[in-house]
Structure formats: structure tokens, C-alpha cells
Design a protein around this ligand. Structure first.
Ligand code: SAM
Length: 412
């Protein structure tokens, strides 16, 4: 049987544009793999703990870590008259977006070639990888007094000028570059992936990727020296506090007011930046972002996008109409220095409003495959509170190497 053009292009790009609606299906593993030359992300590593190995979409509750995995207990179906004020606002929003989400899901179910292919996305063709040994807790290590002494050694020539000047960088006996891990901007300037060693574990650094492992207090180190060196895309997935009793975070969270101090204006490129903010479904959060956070950051022209989560069999991750547990999350997009952004960029972006994907383990957000960014090319992109690296991006957070552990990779 011949493949449609859309499907063939999906196999390369990881993005499938659904017909007749502003929605795309994304394959995070394909999208992430665009960052790598020598290694590739293992699908079973990406989805581990989320689905059973057969990829039939049965949810497993092996660990309490995944914040969106509901507890076993059966939740009572609530009637509209039982809802409090906040819940009514949330319900109204849900009813507004519901037909749109259903239409996108229907469009997906209509793409037979893609639906039949979905189970293949969550497993590896070659072999299952070795996941022995404990993962490193960067968050814990960054907090101890010895943190400044921890070093990472990379299979590359020294390239961090500042560090060199301070005499912090040296080359070890096997010719690897050794630099302090914490509070340091580290980059792989090579055009291939390189491996790095830290406390006896191996991490894969994609080409031209850059990362800074630090607490929020050190984020100012990322502000570019000259004003035209700012970022054109700023993706932020903050550790929002979660009011829901059903959810238990796997990382520390921060009260909302802390995010007011993120230096978004200073990080943004003078010729304009697109800001993407991941949200939770809490109604109060939306009000905070619209009334306080975005004004403080200088973000305007806000639009809402949705991430609809499905299982490998194509069905929705959970029922659409449960009050406290939705099979979707949403993001807000807006611009900084919007007056510098040409109207065609803004129009292009309105093209897509729903992203559909199979969610990975550990509540990972899918990469969005965003193009059409304002400002000069190549675009400069940064992710704040990142847990992974991307080729040509800067990643900042207290554990940006989290998913770079070699356990999540296979050799090509
Ligand atoms: N987008 C990521 C993903 O898909 O994997 C998830 C980001 S998660 C919502 C928030 C991240 O912020 C976690 O890695 C958490 O450890 C980190 N974080 C929490 N408090 C922080 C702080 N004070 N400074 C820096 N990072 C912090």
C-alpha cells in the first residue's frame, strides 16, 4: 500500500498535520531524535512506566512518581449543581473547548495509516536498553555544600571561554574537558553528540546544545551580554504548585510569586520573542498569569493551545468529562517585543491550536516542533526548568541533564 505524503513526511519530521482542523499529531521520540547524530532516543525509555511493554495502552501504576497517574480509587461523578465557583469557571472553559478537542480527536481517528502505526511509536525496533543503576538526583546534589566541587568531564575540546579564564576548566589524563557542573554554562560546540561523565554515569549532549544547572537564584547568569543576543523562543514549564490531592509532584515546586522574577524581558531578543508557557488546569493560575505574570514579563497577544493526550490505541488518555482529571493540558503563547514581530509570524502560528501525542513517562511534556520564530536566523531558543537538552537550544533548570542519562539512548 502506498503511504500518503503526510504520513511519509511524519516519519521524518514527527509531525502529522490533521486534515480539516488546526491540529497536529506529534511523535516526541521522532522530534527529539532530530537533535542526535550518533545516538537515538529509545522509545521504550521515553514511555517506560507509562504503558505496558506491549503498547496496548493499559495504564500501569508501578510508581507514584508520575504526577498525572490517577490513584486507583474510584472517583465519584460530580453533578454541575455540586460544583464550587472555581469549578464552575473551569467547567465552562471545558465546555467551550470540548467540541474542538473532540473534532481533533475524530480527525486523528480518521487517519487510518497513522492510527495503525501508533503502537509502533512506543516500542523500539532494535533492542530494549539496559536501565540498571540508580539515576542521579541533580536536585539533591546541587543543594549540598560540596556542589561547587562537582565536575563533569566531556569528550570535547575546551570551549567555555569564561571558565577557562577563571581557571576552572582543565583537561584530564584521557584528554577530556573537565568543568564544574553546577552554576556553570556548559556547551557542546561540536556538530555531533558527545558523551559526558558525571559521578560514574554517562550523559549524552546533543550538538550545539548548552545547559546551566542551577537554582532560580542563579538564572540571571543566562541574561545575554548584548541586547541582540537574546532568545527568540522561550519555553517555560514552571514547577507550579499543584492544589489537586490526586497529584503528587516528582520535583520541588515554587509559589507563584517566584515566577514574577524570571527575567523574561531580559532574555527576550530585541527583535521579538515567542514565549510558550505550560499551564495547569487550575482556574486561579490562569488569572494570576493573565493579570500579574504576563504583564510583569511584558508578554502580550496571548493565545491558548491545547495538548490532548492519547493512548497507543488512539483512544483518549482518560474520559473527557471528569471534573478533576482531564486528558488534556494547555499552554499559553504570547510575544515579547511584539511591535518588532512581523504580522506573518503571528499568523503562521495561529495555524495550529491542538497538539496530540502519547504522553511520555515522568510527566514529560512533548517537544512542540515550533518553527516560524521572530528575529534573525538561526533562531535562538531556550527552555526554562528543562529536564532535557535539545540541539542548538539552551536548557536551564536544576536538573537539565535528567533525561540525557545514557539509559534513555541507543547507539545508532
Ligand atoms: N518540561 C519538563 C519536562 O517536560 O520534562 C518538566 C519541567 S517540571 C514542570 C519543572 C522543573 O523545575 C523540575 O525539573 C524541577 O526540578 C525544576 N525546579 C523546581 N524548583 C526549581 C528551582 N528553584 N530552580 C530551578 N529549577 C527548579
Amino acid at each position: 500500500e502506498t503511504l500518503s505524503d503526510e504520513f511519509s513526511s511524519f516519519l521524518d519530521s514527527g509531525i502529522y498535520r490533521l486534515p480539516g482542523i488546526k491540529a497536529v499529531f506529534l511523535d516526541p521520540v521522532r522530534l527529539l531524535n532530530l537533535s542526535y547524530t550518533r545516538y537515538s532516543i529509545s522509545a521504550s525509555g521515553y514511555y517506560c512506566r507509562t504503558f505496558d511493554s506491549l503498547g496496548k495502552g493499559r495504564r500501569t501504576n508501578i510508581e507514584a512518581g508520575d504526577s498525572y497517574v490517577p490513584k486507583k480509587k474510584k472517583r465519584k461523578r460530580r453533578l454541575p449543581q455540586d460544583l464550587n465557583e472555581q469549578e464552575l469557571v473551569a467547567e465552562k472553559r471545558h465546555q467551550d473547548v470540548r467540541p474542538f478537542l473532540l473534532k481533533a480527536h475524530e480527525a486523528l481517528l480518521g487517519t487510518t495509516e497513522l492510527i495503525l502505526f501508533l503502537p509502533n511509536l512506543v516500542k523500539d525496533e532494535k533492542f530494549s536498553i539496559d536501565r540498571r543503576g540508580l539515576e542521579q538526583s541533580f536536585i539533591e546534589l546541587g543543594r549540598v555544600w560540596q556542589a561547587p566541587l562537582y565536575e563533569i568531564s566531556m569528550n570535547i575540546e575546551g570551549n567555555s571561554k569564561e571558565v577557562q579564564e577563571e581557571g576552572l576548566q582543565h583537561v584530564d589524563s584521557s584528554g577530556r574537558t573537565v568543568v564544574p557542573l553546577f552554576n556553570n554554562l556548559i556547551s557542546n560546540n561540536a556538530s555531533i553528540d558527545v558523551d559526558a561523565e558525571f559521578l560514574n554515569r554517562t550523559y549524552i549532549l546533543p550538538s550545539k546544545s548548552c545547559f546551566h544547572t542551577s537554582d532560580l537564584r542563579q538564572i540571571h547568569d543566562l541574561i545575554p551580554g548584548s541586547s541582540d543576543q537574546g532568545f527568540n523562543l522561550i519555553v517555560i514549564d514552571p514547577p507550579w504548585e499543584n492544589g489537586s490531592a490526586y497529584q503528587k509532584a516528582v520535583y520541588p515546586t515554587l509559589p507563584n510569586r517566584y515566577f514574577l522574577y524570571l527575567p523574561i524581558k531580559q532574555l527576550a531578543h530585541t527583535e521579538g520573542a515567542l514565549v510558550v508557557l505550560w499551564m495547569t488546569n487550575r482556574v486561579k493560575l490562569r488569572a494570576f498569569v493573565e493579570q500579574e505574570l504576563f504583564p510583569a514579563w511584558g508578554v502580550t497577544d496571548i493565545r491558548t493551545y491545547y495538548w490532548l493526550k492519547i493512548k497507543p490505541d488512539g483512544s483518549l488518555l482518560s474520559e473527557l468529562d471528569l471534573i478533576h482529571h482531564k486528558p488534556y493540558e494547555y499552554l499559553l503563547l504570547g510575544y515579547v517585543n511584539k511591535e518588532k514581530v512581523g504580522p506573518h509570524f503571528i499568523r503562521n502560528f495561529q495555524d495550529i491550536q491542538i497538539f496530540i501525542s502519547i504522553p511520555g513517562a515522568y510527566s514529560r511534556k512533548p517537544p512542540l516542533g515550533i518553527d516560524h520564530l521572530p528575529g534573525p536566523k538561526p533562531s535562538r531558543c531556550i527552555e526554562l526548568f528543562a529536564r532535557e537538552l535539545v540541539a542548538e537550544w539552551t536548557s536551564w533548570g536544576n536538573e537539565p541533564l535528567c533525561f540525557q542519562d545514557s539509559r534513555y539512548f541507543m547507539e545508532r
